[in-house]
Design a protein around this ligand. Structure first.
Ligand SMILES: *Cc1c(COP(=O)(O)O)cnc(C)c1O
Length: 390
């Protein structure tokens, strides 16, 4: 079904192929389309709460290494986000770190397949079953990814969340929540019928609000990166302002987006991305960095990522490459530092201070990648060598 704000309507006929593909990937029983993955996460949390009426103060465990969306939508749903640290070398959440945040109030776990790389899901699924927790797989950066055993990411969780918005694998707009179990499907169906989405402000208002949030986030990351303020101070400035941005997150689907046509090309889109990633991997094989190549097993490369063990020089290095005309981002910052500074996630902090993301999307081609690699190598002297232990 599709959420148009006031009611839930049947999926448009021209989207059926897209819906079929998501169900094929997940074995899903029901698909609810909305305007954003943020909205899908919000609904997933509410499904989790309905399935656990025994818990009065529900907590959701999510990785510290991600954008702030999953935490903001948890707060909007009236739940407490808890942040699990990640593996320092992959940025992916692990069983051990999830277990460390488990309490009797935990009702759900969000497993994010960051950068298109897949989380080691089986032990996490086992933990969730043992403790009656809803497992939410977030495929916003990993549409089409497979696990090492060949099964699809999105098929293990109770629900799976997808994004088709700007900067994702496919950029038609919209988001989707797939319910994989009968119980989750029935609960979701009831919930979206009972709770229409709130009215959405005018597009010009949303655009200004989104820009304002982006500026706020960049500014606060800058302060944290420089250690110019503690995360306690940054968090106590951020949290009271945060609700001003709530209108950004709950959005109805845009029924005019060509979902099926875009997903029809998925295999070719993913292969092109991996081919471009291979050029980076070969061109950058010798350098003062560590290359993340887990896209080779997942089949999905969201951005090509390298880690430099020189956090103090990283911003200048990226800026030099940008001046040569290439996209570089160092944006992701440990989310715990905005929401729960008392819950330190040192591996996420280590990773965030070292990450360099490079583009493999439709806006770039092989010549661009070769040029970008040339620029990276030309400026590599600014970076000290990677610690061999890492
Ligand atoms: C982008 C993103 C989201 C949010 O997607 P929207 O469709 O923009 O709401 C959620 N989770 C992850 C991991 C993302 O990268």
């Amino acid at each position: 079904m599709i959420l148009d704000g006031i009611e839930a309507k049947p999926t448009p006929a021209n989207w059926r192929a897209a819906e079929h593909l998501l169900r094929e990937h997940t074995g899903g029983k029901a698909v609810v389309w909305s305007g954003r993955a943020a909205t899908a996460l919000y609904h997933a949390y509410q499904v989790a709460a309905r399935l656990r009426p025994d818990v009065a103060q529900p907590e959701i465990i999510m990785p510290a290494m991600m954008c702030t969306t999953a935490a903001i939508t948890a707060l909007m749903a009236g739940m407490v986000p808890r942040f699990a640290d990640v593996d320092a070398h992959t940025g992916l959440v692990t069983l051990e770190h999830i277990r460390a945040r488990l309490t009797e109030n935990t009702i759900a776990v969000v497993a994010i397949h960051l950068l298109g790389h897949t989380v080691e899901i089986a032990p996490i699924a086992h933990l969730c079953q043992a403790h009656n927790l809803l497992l939410i797989e977030d495929l916003a950066q990993a549409l089409g990814a497979t696990y090492p055993d060949g099964t699809r990411a999105g098929s293990v969780g109770d629900v799976a969340v997808y994004s088709f918005n700007r900067t994702k694998i496919i950029e038609t707009g919209n988001g989707a929540l797939v319910a994989n179990t009968d119980e989750a499907a029935a609960t979701l169906d009831q919930m979206v019928r009972d709770h229409p989405l709130p009215p959405v402000p005018a597009m010009t208002t949303l655009k200004q609000l989104a820009l304002s949030y982006r500026n706020l986030h960049h500014s606060l990351v800058g302060v944290l990166r420089l250690r110019a303020q503690t995360s306690e101070t940054v968090s106590s400035a951020f949290l009271p302002i945060r609700p001003a941005y709530d209108p950004l997150y709950l959005r109805p689907a845009n029924p005019d987006a060509p979902m099926s046509a875009a997903l029809d090309d998925l295999a070719a889109t993913l292969m092109r991305r991996c081919d471009l990633a291979e050029i980076y991997a070969q061109q950058l094989a010798d350098g003062p960095w560590h290359l993340l190549t887990a896209y080779r097993s997942s089949g999905v490369c969201w951005r090509f990522t390298l880690l430099s063990d020189d956090p103090d020089q990283l911003v200048d290095f990226s800026e030099a490459v940008r001046r040569d005309g290439f996209h570089v981002s160092n944006l992701y910052w440990p989310v715990d530092q905005f929401f729960r500074p008392d819950e330190a996630c040192p591996n996420a902090d280590w990773f965030a201070r070292r990450v360099v993301n490079l583009w493999v999307d439709a806006s770039v081609d092989a010549d661009y990648v070769l040029g970008c690699c040339e620029s990276l190598r030309a400026h590599a002297h600014r970076l000290k060598p990677m610690d061999a232990m890492r």
